[in-house]
Design a protein around this ligand. Sequence first.
Ligand code: SF4
Length: 310
Amino acid sequence: MKIFGPVPSRRLGMSLGVNNIPYKICTYSCVYCQIGKAVRMQSERQAFYNPEELLLEVEEALQKVQNVHTDYITIVPDGEPTLDINLGVLIRRLKTVGIPVAVITNSSLIFQETVRDELGEADYVSVKIDAITDLTWKKIDRPYKTLKLKSTLDGIRRFRKGFSGKLTTETMLVKGLNDTADELTRIADFIKDVDPETAYLSIPTRPPAVSGVLPPDEEAINEGYHIFSKRLSSVEYLTGYEGNAFSSTGNAAEDILSITAVHPMREDAVWALLDKTGDSWSIVETLIEQKSLQESTYGGHRYYLRKFTK
Ligand code: SF4
């Protein structure tokens, strides 16, 4: 399917998805990829679908959902969107619809000036930064043989300088691959320079391409969050648990689950929430018993996190 949605997305609100690449043609073959193994790996850009036809399909899809407010048209294929040599034309054509355009890229081709120029036409760009060291990058993202990590990182920095839209980063945490304090500190330091609006931490929550690929333990996820938070003003989890952490329902259990799906809650913040709703600590104990919530200690404080691995 080339057009899908609109679907609710925590990052983008209601988002109409555009698939500009045939199934699973990618520059990477990430161990955690949730859409299966790469059908074809390449770094050469080429033409895939006709941008005019994609635009027509987008217009048709929007016609059908006139009563739904669409916040973004998002180019988020089952592969790498910048492999499409017509990406720039596509973004320009989609923008004529009058809805902001977002692109979710693994940033592997951002070292190319043309790709940076094309992405620069979007209103929102999310770049993937899973590793800063070559060995980890090769283990986790398994890039196409011609790609170089240094070029990718330089490309992201350059793109940042010239981009006036909204830039976010996404880092997938994988147990045993990039979840050490050292690797996470290096990644966070790099992202600090990039200065994104929000740095998202993802965790594999659906079956990955390679069996045995797991999310880090809650302790490591919590530590990762704190390492990032010390350096960056806005850090959030992106885990598929799409609670609304930013408005209270008045139901303490629901609010705790929604908030902890986005970031860990310190014990005193949980108490403050319970005070507001007039509930007792037994709610927290029940959530822990149900394996929906996990307790973890960091820097001498107790934190509560949404349990990611049931
Ligand atoms: S970059 Fe995205 S589509 Fe490509 S292999 Fe990685 S997770 Fe899958």
